[in-house]
Design a protein around this ligand. Structure first.
Ligand code: XMP
Length: 319
């Protein structure tokens, strides 16, 4: 893409001019935005950049490994992988209120990130994958508290507290342009085309209390669902698709025994920007086949339902 090629050069010059010989930290989330920002900044200033990946234990199947492998092995970007799952799951234990769960995750994220930043001797700059719509959004909310959809990804409050300046090379771009820039930088298509994933991760797809066991069950169901979606060639038609593990057990039969296990809800929506969404119209055979696979392969789930709520009145996530 010719325009993106030019943008890449301009962005690199700008980053070099801003940062000079300074050090930059980037909180990598595994999402497209922070990844594209990190690769671009690395191209501009090399090892003056260190990425910190705070693994909260709320990622999907194999996700953390994939991110670490891609950045370390493929791009040679210095990356600190912090496994903080014990800390996050510990503090989330017994918490059932959606807002409380989000706040705990946001607070811990900042704490862990700050600790790691200190360990590596600090930095003058903090890189963020802020996009143009994020900028607009926080402006339109001005006057009230700064509520952004990406409350977790924006390590809000940190820059001031740690006396850091922001480096935001994607600030002028829309999502599709970030994807084009990612392709221009050589990120794999499969990675660039990934559905958005919320900062609080599986915590908001496990309504009510979270346990390691529930997360494990949810991960397996979600992986099967996404596998079926990819195999049927529908992945790119869908904005977001994921499984939700409900805090409800129902009775079922398996062989000649009675089961009493959790209900799994499947969600898939089409959308342009995530602000409104329609539920995705799967073929019933697809849903039946996927439900059968989930129930047969995942211990702990004996019933699957499909969410046919659009946004509004529903939200895309369940919490
Ligand atoms: P809702 O559920 O509000 O979600 O319809 C709209 C879009 O935002 C994502 N989402 C989040 N992303 N941190 C994020 O980075 C969050 O706390 C968060 N909550 C929702 C959601 O996945 C969807 O794409």
């Amino acid at each position: 893409d010719w325009t993106m090629h030019a943008y890449r050069q301009r962005a690199i010059d700008k980053i070099r001019a801003q940062v000079g010989k300074g050090r930059v930290l980037c909180a990598l989330s595994g999402g497209v935005d922070s990844s594209v920002a990190a690769v671009l900044i690395h191209e501009a200033i090399g090892d003056q950049l260190t990425c910190v990946f705070v693994d909260h234990g709320l990622m999907r199947m194999n996700e953390a490994d994939e991110v670490v492998t891609m950045f370390r092995d493929q791009y040679n970007i210095p990356l600190v992988h912090v496994d903080a799952s014990g800390k996050f799951l510990g503090e989330l234990e017994g918490q059932t209120d959606p807002e409380t769960k989000r706040k705990i995750i946001g607070k811990l994220f900042i704490e862990v990130f700050e600790e790691e930043a200190k360990k590596i001797g600090g930095a003058e700059f903090l890189a963020q994958g802020t996009l143009y719509p994020d900028v607009i959004e926080s402006v339109s909310f001005s006057g009230g508290p700064s509520v952004t959809i990406k409350s977790h990804h924006n390590v809000g409050g940190l820059p001031e507290r740690m006396n850091m300046q922001l480096v935001e090379p994607l600030r002028e771009l829309f999502k599709d342009e970030v994807r084009a820039l990612g392709r221009e930088l050589g990120l794999p298509d499969r990675f660039i085309g990934r559905h958005p994933f919320p900062g609080p991760g599986l915590a908001i797809r496990c309504p009510g209390g979270i346990t390691a066991e529930k997360l494990d069950i949810l991960r397996k169901a979600d992986a099967i669902y996404l596998d079926e979606i990819r195999k049927s060639g529908q992945y790119d038609k869908i904005w977001q698709a994921f499984a939700v593990l409900l805090p409800v057990q129902t009775v079922g039969v398996m062989g000649d025994g009675r089961t009493y296990e959790f209900v799994c809800a499947l969600r898939a929506v089409t959308s342009v920007d995530g602000m409104t969404a329609d539920f995705y119209q799967f073929d019933m055979n697809f849903l039946g086949k996927t439900a059968t696979r989930i129930i047969n392969e995942v211990r702990g789930i004996n019933r699957v339902v499909y969410d046919v709520t659009s946004k509004p009145p529903g939200t895309i996530e369940w919490e």
